[in-house]
Design a protein around this ligand. Structure first.
Ligand code: FRU
Length: 502
């Protein structure tokens, strides 16, 4: 196979998001801030733009927005595919892969063993190390280091635990088909001892993949930490296909105890809407967090695609973008803990851009108002709505009169939705033309939205990021209009600020 060449103009290549130059990518892997740069590794097919030949691609960024692609970091071979995993900076050289003066980066990845291996059919955890800051990697001769004889044991996320129980490495990984997160500890990243397991719980409509576990201060109070367990699953998301759920609770160095479990064991499909979701849209999957992010920030990035149609999205020569990087925090809302998310680095301030279109306040009544001077294909739009008598109100982005992506709020139903049925190209897969919704309540009588629009995506952060909806779209280049609408009555748009890149 050779890398695909463009068959259509590359009009969907994102301006604000990472996509590989001319190959396929899926899950983010090995996220770490090291040597002054953010390193983004990812599931990559180095020679094609569909899934296969899984290896770790590599990109770096100083600002989480402009990424530089590097050569493949860890390549598959005839014995193993390199599935998802994480990287830690082994500052005290516990692994002995480095020296006292040169501490190694250690990648912990899943070996998906192939026919050429004596472990054929097994998924087990393996190590590779880098002594040059993450650019070149050497596989550990003693791989795999953790083998349960399982065909579905994968996606290790390793972090340093420093707490009441001691100081050691902790790995969270999944037994995917058992809907189970398994936790292990190690002193040297090579010998692993089982600590505990978690699950099944809440959403179990598909395999559990790509877990993460990290502490966060509650409402910014460093004396009050709670732990967040992220579990991606596929399918079984709230709007079908791939999605990420999370649990909030405590971790004592051995066991994670959830305070947000709604259903133990296999899920009750009727309760899907009660679980906590990282994102309610179709296209935010395999999200995990960066190690060693500066200032203790917890930064996450997701694969902006869905296994339902991932291999068929109409981009070329590359396929699949990453989401924007999000900073997550824990907030108490009406007595309940919730994850809040915002874009980690404001692309407008990084680009030095001021809003190019603003609106003070506008009443809309049973109409669609196209905003003159607001058109664009890469935008950030911040606005608030106060409901009047309208059953539904919202905005349309990437519109041209017939085409458009509708972001709507229905206050009586307490929901927000993204309707991409007329968003542009949709017929490449039967599941793509969709309306995807999330529960959303007014706060102090109004709704606040931050919407990031790019050449092939819309990311909606509602109510300070308590609810997010991320969707791929494939509009024509001439669909650039922005409109506000209210149907069946009135609504008021508070201040609207729009920043435009193109
Ligand atoms: C999630 C996933 C992981 C696996 C990788 C293979 O999207 O299925 O569980 O490690 O992709 O590419």
């Amino acid at each position: 196979m050779t890398a695909s060449t463009a068959t259509t103009a590359d009009t969907f290549r994102p301006a604000l998001h990472y996509a590989a130059r001319n190959t396929w990518l899926n899950d983010p892997n090995g996220l770490i801030h090291h040597g002054g740069l953010y390193h983004l590794y990812y599931q990559n097919n180095p020679v094609d733009n569909v899934w296969g030949n899984m290896s770790w691609g590599h990109a770096t960024s100083a600002d989480l927005l402009a990424w530089t692609e590097h050569p493949v970091a860890i390549a598959c071979d005839e014995e193993e595919d390199i599935f998802s995993g994480s990287i830690v900076f082994d500052r005290h050289n516990t692994s002995a892969f480095g020296t006292e003066s040169q501490a190694p980066l250690v990648a912990v990845y899943t070996s998906a063993f192939k026919a050429g291996s004596t472990h054929h059919g097994v998924q087990a955890q393996s190590l590779a190390y880098s002594l040059d800051g993450g650019y070149t990697w050497t596989k550990h001769a003693g791989n795999p280091v953790l083998d349960r004889g399982s065909a579905e044991f994968r996606d290790p996320k390793v972090f340093r635990y420093d707490g009441d129980a001691g100081s050691y490495w902790v790995m969270v990984a999944v037994e995917a088909k058992d809907f189970m997160v398994v936790l292990y500890k190690s002193e040297d990243l090579k010998d692993w001892e089982l600590l505990s397991s978690f699950g099944p719980a809440n959403a179990t409509g598909g395999v559990w993949e790509c877990p993460d576990l990290f502490p966060l201060p509650v409402d910014g109070d460093p004396e009050n930490l709670k732990w967040v367990l992220v579990v991606n699953l596929n399918p079984g998301g709230p709007n079908h296909g791939s999605a990420g759920q999370y649990f909030i609770g405590d971790f004592d160095g051995t066991t994670f105890t959830s305070s947000t479990t709604v259903t133990e064991g296999l899920q009750d499909p009727a309760r899907l809407g009660e679980y906590q979701w990282l994102d309610w849209g179709r296209d935010y999957y395999a999200a995990v967090s960066f190690s060693d992010a500066p200032d203790n920030r917890r930064l996450m990035i997701g694969w902006m695609n869905n296994w339902q149609y991932a291999n068929e999205i109409p981009t070329s020569p590359w396929r699949s973008p990453m989401s924007l990087v999000r900073e997550v925090s824990l907030r108490t809302v009406d007595g309940t803990l919730r994850l809040a998310q915002h874009v980690a680095e404001d692309p407008a301030s990084v680009s030095g851009l001021a809003p190019s279109f603003t609106l003070e306040a506008a009443a809309i009544s049973n109409e669609m108002v196209v905003l003159d001077g607001a058109a664009g294909s890469v935008q950030r739009i911040d606005l608030t709505f106060t409901p009047g008598t309208a059953a539904e109100f919202g905005l349309v982005v990437r519109g041209d009169g017939t085409q458009g992506t509708r972001i709507g709020i229905q206050p009586a139903q307490g929901r927000i939705f993204v309707d991409r049925r007329d968003s542009g190209l949709t017929d490449f897969h039967e599941s793509f033309a969709s309306i995807d919704s999330a529960p959303l309540l007014a706060i102090d009588g109004s709704y606040q939205l931050s919407v990031y629009v790019d050449h092939c995506s819309v990311e909606v952060f509602a109510q300070g990021g308590l609810v997010t909806v991320t969707e791929l779209i494939f509009p024509s280049t001439t669909s650039t209009g922005v409109a506000l609408y209210a149907s069946g009555g009135t609504a008021t748009v508070g201040s609207l600020n729009l920043t435009r890149w193109s």
